[in-house]
Ligand binder design. Sequence first.
Ligand code: GLP
Length: 243
Amino acid sequence: MNVVTNFKWIEAANYDEMSKIAATIFIDHLKKNSETVLGLATGGTPEGFYKELVAAYKAGEVSFAQAKSFNLDEYVGIDPANESSYHYYMDHHLFNHVDMKRDNINLPAGIQSNLEKAAAEYEAMIKAAGNIDIQLLGIGGNGHIGFNEPGTPFDVGTHIIELAQSTREANKVYFDSIEDVPTHAITMGIKTILSSKKIVLLIAGASKQEAFDRLRSRIVTEDFPASALHNHPDVTVIYTDVK
Ligand code: GLP
């Protein structure tokens, strides 16, 4: 299917090239505006991207000292010190290796006495920061972005969501067993994601082929959350090995 969309589509020769192209976009952004508000994602797909950012920082090409970041999501009930948490992932892949100020790093908290209140506060913090300048996204096999599962209304901000069984299955590699995979997560909403000024979506590997094809079809439906991105004016999709 070769439907023309408003997205900028970039086919990378391989995973490393995809990671480099994405990192270059972010680095250029930071060079132009050292106070960039970064929107960050987790998962297997962006690991190479973070390696590139760390290498660029170590080579003196970029600084994160003035930047701010907001992560997309976190599991409910998982302690930040737990190796399966997205807090741990971000420290391990990026924050421990670059000059980001701890006070400028934001992730939704998965352990809270009042999760709904924490979600509303996270949303307010993003707004107070002037919204995200550049948001990185991956995609779930079922089209989720952040943890916005199929059926999530497009007009909702940061919220608590029940994870789809297929998402729990896909993410069980990061846990000892499926029973250990949380049932719920706190995630930026589609509305939050669409309020970002620029979006970079990474898609890699044959397991994402169906999601890739559905995105190319340009049919916008809440059954396929990533299709909401067709309503955004500045989306770059960098993809590789999807066939
Ligand atoms: C996870 C995350 C998403 C991520 C997606 C794909 O569950 N919540 O932010 O983009 O699923 O992950 P992966 O890159 O590991 O395939």
